[in-house]
Design a protein around this ligand. Structure first.
Ligand code: SF4
Ligand code: SF4
Length: 249
């Protein structure tokens, strides 16, 4: 199998995104190492110098210098670093005297890899699901509503009069969940319904896309899908004319 990559495609992706901020950060890093001790990967690896935050973004500098002329083995190394050696917590940025945001550069590298079709399988699947079903677990509208219905029935046996309101116009709170809840943990939905009921809150859940507020697309720098996920929630909130959106994720 060929080890070649399309250098032009890499540069077509990176060049328009390399604004003044990224260029400045790459240029002003003093390699002082002050960010090292702030990174849990560095500490937990026994102070492995490869785990120093500033070192992890060397790829960005190198790829730009080589004008994208790298190979697949190189991109695999980038992948290992940006997914398994940094979880984009941004702690290092708080301690850098220049405020260099390593996590943003890692995010850009993740986005560049995604453009090359490289991302963890689970995230790629979740992105497909968001696009098709509006949630990461591919829960259909029918299954979502059916789950809420039987949750209401079950928990209603415990607390008389309890309702799980769907699409209630003008409710105070629109509640959103993680799609894993209807799929694997409906008990969580029932517990939340009990809390809202006992607290006497005026709440609702939307029937259409917008109820799953996990945003796994963001983790691989897929800002287009990430935006759709957020927009879905706000569209539902506007349609239902709710006053607040409660996001648990
Ligand atoms: S990112 Fe900031 S703290 Fe880390 S080496 Fe560069 S200048 Fe120093
Ligand atoms: S953003 Fe990445 S490099 Fe910086 S402290 Fe967090 S895990 Fe470490």
């Amino acid at each position: 199998m060929s080890n070649e990559v399309n250098a032009k495609k890499i540069m077509d992706f990176l060049a328009p995104r390399m604004g003044a901020r990224f260029k400045t950060w790459l240029a002003i890093c003093a390699h002082c190492g002050l960010c090292a001790d702030t990174c849990h990967h560095y500490i937990s690896s026994g102070n492995d110098p490869r785990m120093i935050p500033a070192h992890k973004v060397r790829y960005l500098r190198e790829i730009l210098k080589k004008k994208g002329k790298v190979d697949k083995d190189y991109l695999r190394r980038v992948y290992e670093t940006v997914y398994y050696e940094c979880n984009m917590c941004r702690r290092c940025a708080l301690f850098c005297p220049f405020g260099i945001d390593i996590a943003l550069m890692i995010s850009l590298l993740r986005a560049m890899l995604l453009d090359q079709g490289i991302a963890p399988e689970g995230l790629l699947k979740a992105i497909e699901n968001y696009k098709e079903f509006g949630n990461q677990m591919a829960v259909s509208r029918e299954d979502w509503l059916e789950t809420l219905e039987w949750c209401e029935e079950e928990v209603g046996e415990e607390l008389a009069g309890l309702k799980i309101p769907v699409d209630k116009k003008g409710a105070e709170i629109m509640y959103t969940v993680n799609a894993r809840e209807p799929m694997f943990y409906p008990q969580d939905l029932m517990e939340v319904a009990k809390i809202f009921h006992v607290a006497g809150e005026d709440w609702t859940l939307p029937s259409d896309s917008g109820w799953d507020d996990t945003n796994l697309a963001m983790f691989c720098g897929d800002s287009d899908t990430a935006r759709i996920i957020v927009e879905n929630t706000f569209k539902r909130a506007e349609e239902l004319e709710v006053k607040k959106v409660a996001i648990t994720e």
